[in-house]
Design a protein around this ligand. Structure first.
Ligand code: SAH
Ligand code: SF4
Ligand code: F3S
Length: 447
């Protein structure tokens, strides 16, 4: 017998831990990374203290996102001192943005960008042999289409499914087109296949992910057609999607959502600002009026739809008047919830190169706080409108506050807390909403 046959495959039995920061796409990517490594024999460990390889899937979207990760990397120095041979890899958006500069840090052994995950087994092998491994090549084709992600988020009911990668929109403030490269869509057959497998494994909700899902295009299949195909996998499967760009929010898509009860009544439509002047500077390619027109269309086709958004306070040259326009847009739409940020200049973006970051930090924070305070009122109002109403929720887990309670979500993506009784994760339950805070709804099962 050839002695080589007895040697374990590279990576066999080696314990890997993945820590993920950033957006849902990054969480989905970590599951792809794990699938790639498991194929090589790596074993996932939730316990970082057991890991021989630690991968950090990183985010560059705002400076504080990167600062947080730097803080974490500094903690790894300690781990490395305590554990000889420990390999630390930085993967994802920060790896792509900073490239070799990350290798200057002694605690970093491997650097891999979002399109280089298939190279990770090789890069880790190099690191084990004492060299540093780096691959930050971006690709025009890579979609990891045929890889079945290994699910890390283990409620067994909800899953993310990436349908595209990269972004071509070039919003002036945004680092994503640089960290994730050009937009490309994953083959629709592999998407439907992955969703079918998830449903067969007991999953009851999928969220289709991309930076701009409504520009999905695979041959003749655009996003509305893809949504219909995924919704047809089973009426018992809920379908969500994130994120859609207002400029591509077509009536056709709204009609498809309206036609399938299992496509959730929740649309995340990032506005960024309520001022058309700001929107033009941001290169968002729509005006306030156009955005409000899309909101009207959503209300027309899907009257019970919850609308959520992203907002940036204090973008370059923003005046008090522009800021007031954002507040008035929020009131006009009545968002159910929002992600709110102050502008953070990112190196090499259009705005960093050509526009003045001239709103003072104090003023940015003041405006952001006003936006947050208003959104808290709007969220509470939106939730109060649901009190007394009937909803079907999909149970996702045990409530953080009490083992006797469970939580689930409405089609509108609002969290409802109910008594556990005989229920299990993955059950659909009809509830009446009895009370609310600005963050959650309290419900009672309808017998
Ligand atoms: N592709 C998505 C957004 C991805 S980034 C979309 O276009 O809707 C998520 C959010 O982060 C953005 O919507 C924006 O509100 C915020 N963001 C992005 N770059 C930022 C920056 N430089 N400073 C502050 N917020 C930023
Ligand atoms: Fe960034 Fe704009 Fe692309 Fe969203 S659409 S990822 S904000 S460039
Ligand atoms: Fe961050 Fe990259 Fe997502 S920069 S928000 S992890 S696409």
């Amino acid at each position: 017998m050839n002695i080589n046959n007895l040697r374990p495959a590279v990576g066999a039995g080696c314990k890997v831990h993945i820590e993920t920061y950033g957006c849902q796409m990054n969480f989905a990517d970590s599951e792809v990374v794990l699938a790639i490594l498991q194929k090589e024999g790596y074993i996932y460990t939730e316990d970082i203290a057991q890991a021989e390889v630690i991968l950090v899937n990183t985010c560059s979207i705002r400076d504080n996102a990167e600062q947080r990760i730097w803080g974490r990397l500094n903690e790894f120095r300690r781990y490395k001192r305590a554990r000889k041979g420990l390999i630390v890899g930085i993967i994802g958006c920060m790896a792509e943005r900073l490239k070799e500069r990350l290798l200057d840090e002694e605690m970093v052994n491997v650097v891999a960008g979002p399109d280089a995950f298939r190279d990770l087994p090789h890069l880790i092998r190099m690191a084990r042999e004492g060299q540093k491994g780096i691959n930050t090549k971006l690709s025009r084709e890579e979609t990891y289409a045929e890889i079945s992600p290994v699910r890390l988020d283990k409620n067994g009911v909800t899953a993310f499914v990436s349908i595209m990668r990269g972004c071509n929109n070039m919003c002036a403030y945004c680092v994503v087109p640089y960290t994730r490269g050009a937009e490309r869509s994953r083959d629709w057959q592999t998407i439907v296949h992955e969703v079918e497998e998830l449903f067969a494994a007991g999953y009851r909700e999928v969220t289709l992910l991309g930076q701009n899902v409504n520009s999905y295009k695979c041959g003749e299949v655009g996003f509305p057609e893809l949504m219909a195909k995924v919704a047809e996998v089973s009426p018992l499967l809920r379908v969500r999607f994130s994120t859609s760009h207002p400029k591509d929010m077509s009536d056709e898509l709204l009609q498809v959502i309206a036609a399938y009860p299992n496509i959730c009544r929740a649309i995340h439509l990032p506005a960024q600002s309520g001022s058309s002047r700001m929107l033009a500077l941001m290169n968002r390619k729509y005006t306030r009026e156009w955005y409000l027109g899309r909101i009207e269309a959503i209300r027309k086709y899907i009257p019970d739809c919850a609308i959520t958004t992203d907002l940036i306070a204090g973008f370059c040259t923003e005046t008090e008047e522009d800021h007031q326009m954002t507040l008035s847009l929020m009131r006009e739409v009545g968002y159910a919830s929002a992600f709110m940020f102050h502008y953070s200049e990112r190196p090499n973006t259009y705005s960093a190169r050509h526009l003045a970051d001239d709103v003072s930090p104090e003023e940015k924070i003041r405006r952001l706080n006003e936006i947050i305070a208003l959104q808290n009122e709007l969220s509470l109002e939106s939730n109060r409108r649901d009190v007394g109403g009937e909803f079907e929720i999909l149970l996702e887990g045990t409530s953080k506050r009490s083992d006797d309670k469970m939580f689930g979500r409405t089609s509108q993506n609002k969290v409802v807390i109910i008594d556990r009784r005989y229920h299990r994760v993955g059950d659909y339950v009809r509830v009446r909403v009895t009370d609310c805070s600005s963050a959650t709804l309290m419900g009672q099962e309808i017998e």
